[in-house]
Unconditional design. Structure first.
Length: 196
């Protein structure tokens, strides 16, 4: 695991006084209670696997603990922890390569990114959307989910995926086209599906 670089602003001087750090970050023994759920939701939305999300949160908290003397106090503790978590998520996807993790997300979580209305038809529709999204190639599904469901900025997605802005646009276009075709076949089932 590469060393953590959790500073929000690298140009500011580091504060190494333990009492100052605890005053700013709170007691590290309470981090799981205070920030664990928020970090888990953030990770789960991005990786789609509960076990991997838990591991990423643990790695994040460990890295924060090991780097607590480097916390400069120029951002809030949740912002600092999310910055560390984003690096862990990027490392996770680099290690995964093309291995499918997003296909398991819909089955594992049983939840949708946008809560559906109680009507059965709405629930079924979101189930089909998640199934179609899960059928996309991993690189397209990640880009689509991060942009559409997580509302990540293009700059953040390009940084975490290691791609150019043009490549992101192409991925999103291809993902939308494949998703549209899948929905036409699985949900609408009309003449449009027969023409494709």
């Amino acid at each position: 695991m590469p060393p953590a670089e959790p500073l929000c602003d690298r140009d500011k001087p580091l504060k190494a006084d333990e009492s100052t750090i605890v005053g700013q970050l709170g007691d590290p023994e309470t981090w799981v209670d205070r920030y664990g759920d928020m970090l888990f939701r953030f990770a789960m939305l991005r990786v789609g696997d509960a076990d991997a999300a838990e591991d990423l949160v643990q790695e994040t908290l460990l890295a924060a603990w090991q780097s607590r003397a480097r916390y400069s106090g120029d951002c809030t503790p949740p912002t600092w922890l999310v910055a560390i978590l984003k690096r862990r998520i990027a490392d996770y996807f680099r290690k995964q390569g093309r291995r499918s993790t997003l296909n398991r997300s819909a089955a594992a979580s049983g939840k949708t990114a946008v809560p559906p209305q109680p009507e059965v038809e709405q629930v079924e529709f979101w189930s089909v959307v998640h199934s179609c999204t899960g059928d996309l190639p991993d690189h397209l599904a990640r880009a689509f989910r991060l942009r559409t469901f997580a509302d990540e900025s293009p700059e953040d997605i390009c940084g975490s995926e290691g791609i150019s802005r043009k490549n992101l646009s192409v991925r999103l276009h291809r993902a939308r086209q494949l998703l549209r075709r899948c929905l036409e076949m699985r949900w609408f089932g009309g003449d449009e599906a027969k023409r494709l």
